[in-house]
Design a protein around this ligand. Sequence first.
Ligand code: DON
Length: 306
Amino acid sequence: MKELSIAEVLAEVAVLVKPHFGKGRTADYIPSLASVPGTKFGMAVRTVAGEEHVIGDADEGFSVQSITKVFALGLALNRIGDEVWTRVGKEPSGTPFNHLSLLEAEKGVPRNPFINAGALAITDVLLDVSPDPAGLVRDFAGFLADEPVEIDATVAASELANAWQNRAIASLMRGQGTITHEPEAVVAAYCRQCALTMSCRQLARAFLPLAAGGFSPVAQETIFHERLTRRLNALLLTCGIYDSVGNFAYRVGLPSKSGVGGGIVAVIPGKATVAVWSPELDRFGTSVVGTAALEAFSQITNCSVL
Ligand code: DON
């Protein structure tokens, strides 16, 4: 059988996902995300070899939310090194991304850097490096994407006005000594970081170092050591999709990170990155259509790492 081109695969995926629209709901706990049309769908593939293919709304910016946690972790590990792991663990949590229950039992040390508690701890680490960690993350993401990207001030304000759960998490960690800065400053910086706007095309480019042994073919620079790259992918595979990571690995089989804006970025080590956006979420906060699209893509191309 003739092998399909990437453009043909994307066209097929776009047809296969159609029945999945309307099954999820846009994030309503951040009011400015609730109004994004659920019909949006974009997908971008960028290969290590330099091919780029997009379909649908792949050039439209959306709120990338928790996907920024990967940039923040990469920055923290590059700047501070393994000391980061004294603040946060490397285990899947098995609980929703914004839960506090384990945190209290485990003395304020979050299970991993991708649940909100862990990301808040990383923000606290980055506040030692810069008064504006969200600006650091924005500039790093823009450098990797090879074009400037912006933080949406309306989304940041909307999230901060409703960040009661994140405030509770940060206060608990401040009491336990996991974070050292004022909880309100940490939460404000974290909300600003999450409000980063990027498109699928930009995300696929920005994640490419994770598919290319740490080298960015876009920026023409080594971003992460090879071993750190493997470790970041291990964390994505085990913790990137929170408490549905097992089901996601079963269906898609690729290290990936989701965000409640409806984006998911998947890494095919050695080969490519795939970014997808569709705002309707399942109950775990992951894009329904995005997951279906990545499942179809990995099945058609047989690119799963598992
Ligand atoms: O803190 C929050 O709840 C959001 N800013 C980010 C959560 C998120 O994206 C979870 N991912 N699916």
